[in-house]
Design a binder for this molecule. Structure first.
Ligand code: NAG
Ligand code: NAG
Ligand code: NAG
Length: 342
């Protein structure tokens, strides 16, 4: 319209021009100005979504509507000389501030406070005044943030097992532009390096001696911002506080996790139980053999025999035993003298 304006101006006399521009205004509405480019806001910060007109002939019938362009969610409505908070979506209560006092200057900017990640997107400011209508689109291109999170506060692990310490990064900065991720462990008041990643590279040599060859990142997960640490063959001295610290641009954040030990794993315990049972069984078998060798037959043996029949009462020792000076005595309980002596 501006181009047309200039061309028309050059070619026409003033009265004709005025008539022409009046017609154009009625037909096309007026120009609503927005920001000069997309906006970038820090998470939790405030941002002014600009929307204004150069001249406003009258406030009568003025209506200003702020909406999300994609979902058409109503963020703010000014209608019939007043703001209409009841028609506003609840996500924006207390977060969207409209400067009623600036309306007279044709300024309909909206201040968005406590910006959330979901606020990223496009917003439309539509202005109706009498017969005129115009709109502008404001874009929040990025919500700047670096949030480092783990999944647990503490983790129990058995000696000898492997464990994964979680650390994931949520940021507007893509993982390949993260400058540093370091896993450290607190030992007394110091921090020792467990594993270091800098500018797209892992530096296993910078790990403290006790962690060499026992720690690694999940290489395929790094492009997703997953910097979880795999710690292999856990030792008793591994227990303690671990920290995953991430630096990107002017942002940094960290997460911590406490590694606790449980002593022995279920596998260890099973092996132990098996050992004890095996030893016990072996002992029992030995004992039985020993008893048999000494008494010949077990006292709890019973024999049923018909009257007048022949009966053999079994009694034996290991055939390899020494028989020199062997003495055998059969006795019946309750009777004084032996039944038979060899
Ligand atoms: C509109 O009002 C806001 C809030 O007072 C101010 O920051 C902004 O500069 C104004 N915009 C224009 C174009 O005057
Ligand atoms: C990591 O590599 C990508 C390309 O593969 C590059 O664009 C980026 O700058 C590198 N990041 C750092 C921090 O060096
Ligand atoms: C990161 O990767 C590890 C290994 O694949 C996985 O166990 C963990 O759940 C991942 N974390 C997230 C947040 O996806």
């Amino acid at each position: 319209m501006l181009v047309l304006y200039n061309v028309v101006y050059l070619k026409m006399h003033l009265p004709n021009f005025l008539l022409m521009s009046a017609l154009l205004l009625i037909a096309d509405g007026f120009t609503v100005k927005g920001p000069s480019g997309p906006l970038v806001v820090p998470l939790g910060g405030s941002v002014l979504l600009p929307c204004s007109v150069d001249s406003l002939s009258s406030l009568e019938g003025l209506e200003v509507e702020w909406k999300r362009s994609d979902s058409q969610t109503l963020i703010h409505l000014y209608q019939d000389g007043d703001i209409r908070p009841d028609s506003q979506h609840e996500d924006y209560h207390d977060r969207a501030h409209f400067f009623t006092e600036n309306i007279k200057q044709g300024n309909f900017s909206l201040l968005m406070k406590n910006v959330r990640q979901e606020d990223k997107g496009q917003y439309t400011c539509t202005v109706h005044s009498g017969q005129e209508t115009g709109e502008t689109v404001v874009e929040i291109k990025d919500v700047e943030r670096l949030i480092v999170s783990g999944s647990d506060q503490s983790l129990s692990v058995y000696v000898g097992e492997d464990v994964t310490l979680n650390c994931s990064v949520d940021s507007h900065i893509p993982p390949e532009h993260i400058e540093e991720v370091s896993w450290k462990k607190r030992v007394k008041d110091e921090h020792i390096t467990v594993l270091l990643y800098q500018n797209n590279e892992t530096f296993p040599d910078s790990s403290d001696e006790q962690y060499r060859d026992r720690v690694e990142f999940f290489i395929d997960e790094i492009h997703r911002g997953n910097f979880s640490l795999r710690l292999k063959r856990v030792r008793t001295e591994d227990k303690g506080l671990y920290m995953c610290h991430v630096f990107a641009g002017r942002f940094s954040d960290n997460t911590t996790i406490v590694l606790q030990q449980m002593g022995f794993s279920s596998l260890h315990i099973m092996v132990l139980i098996l050992c004890i049972t095996a030893c016990g069984s072996a002992l029992l078998v030995c004992c039985l053999i020993y008893c048999r060798n000494n008494t010949g037959f077990r006292v709890e043996d019973f024999y049923f025999v018909s009257k007048g029949n022949l009966m053999v009462l079994p009694c034996f020792i290991d055939p390899q035993s020494q028989t020199e000076g062997l003495k055998i005595k059969w006795r019946r309980s309750g009777l004084k003298g032996p039944v038979c002596v060899y």
